[in-house]
Design a protein around this ligand. Structure first.
Ligand SMILES: C[S@@+](CC[C@H](N)C(=O)[O-])C[C@H]1O[C@@H](n2cnc3c(N)ncnc32)[C@H](O)[C@@H]1O
Length: 254
């Protein structure tokens, strides 16, 4: 069980994006790098980005490994064609102009073999010169920054009349190159302890993996973005300092 992926409404309540900044970010990058309008969103979650894109000129498909997320997409965004599948092994039998993978979904590929499998699935599902657009945590941010690792962060949200309080601890598993999280949820019932982990990718490691998978990196930047302090805006200059906590990449299939 995962409280947030099992409850897509709570997920959107916890991480609101009422301005559809993430979907607009995708649209601006696809426009800037001259991509097509046939798009696959891998790790599509609640489908809010896929839904916005499909209402704005894209034909959108989605892949996710959570049945409750996909049930939510089918109910709220029926125009999005979704498939229950693992990002390391999906086979939709067709190709797309653009593949997106947003909000660190790619970092659920924990091992090098997982990452290779995912990128090879992306290659197989893109037309020649198709675009890959991904947005994730930046492993390089943790070189010299401990602010996300210090202490326990407590947050409360009220959803459908119930207050949910989460206590979150993050730490780094250096050997596995993973950011690990333990989150305890309290809402009157027995506390629910949930563990997650994200692969920590360094910018040049990501570039190398994409290169080996047959992609040319067109842009690799930390800011602006949909989840950065500096908000995303169309035609904004892209910062290549790569020290921020988010990493954004646009790559083209060679
Ligand atoms: C942080 S959410 C991001 C959702 C969405 N992309 C967004 O930006 O709102 C990560 C999503 O990845 C999905 N996911 C996790 N591991 C996966 C896997 N191995 N294959 C496919 N989807 C996966 C989860 O079910 C979840 O919906």
């Amino acid at each position: 069980m995962n409280l947030l992926t099992d409850n897509p409404e709570l997920y959107e309540h916890q991480f609101p994006d009422s301005g559809h900044v993430a979907a607009r970010f995708v649209h601006d990058l696809v426009t800037r790098f001259d991509g097509g309008r046939d798009l696959l969103d891998v790790g599509c979650g609640t489908g809010r980005d896929a839904g916005w894109l499909s209402r704005n000129g894209y034909r959108v498909s989605g892949v996710d490994s959570s049945e409750s997320m996909l049930a939510h997409v089918r109910k709220h965004h029926p125009e999005v064609d979704v498939t229950l599948a693992d990002m390391r092994g999906f086979d939709l039998g067709r190709t797309f102009d653009v593949i997106t993978c947003l909000d660190s979904a790619m970092l659920y590929c924990h091992t090098n073999a997982d990452l290779d499998a995912f990128l090879s699935r992306c290659r197989a599902h893109l037309r020649p010169r198709g675009l890959f657009v991904a947005e994730m945590r930046n492993g390089a941010f943790f070189l010299g920054n401990t602010e996300l690792l210090d202490g326990v962060r407590t947050r409360s949200v009220t959803w459908r009349g119930t207050e949910y309080t989460s206590h979150t601890e993050l730490w780094i598993d250096h050997a596995a190159q993973l950011l690990r999280r333990r989150r305890t949820w309290e809402w009157g019932a027995e506390p629910l302890v949930q563990r997650s982990a994200w692969r920590l990718l360094f910018p040049q490691e990501l570039r190398h993996l994409l290169d080996l998978a047959g992609f040319e990196v067109l842009a690799l930047f930390d800011s602006p973005g949909p989840r950065t302090d500096q908000p995303w805006s169309a035609n904004a200059p892209l910062s290549t300092a790569l020290s921020g906590d988010r990493l954004h990449v646009v790559a083209r299939l060679r």
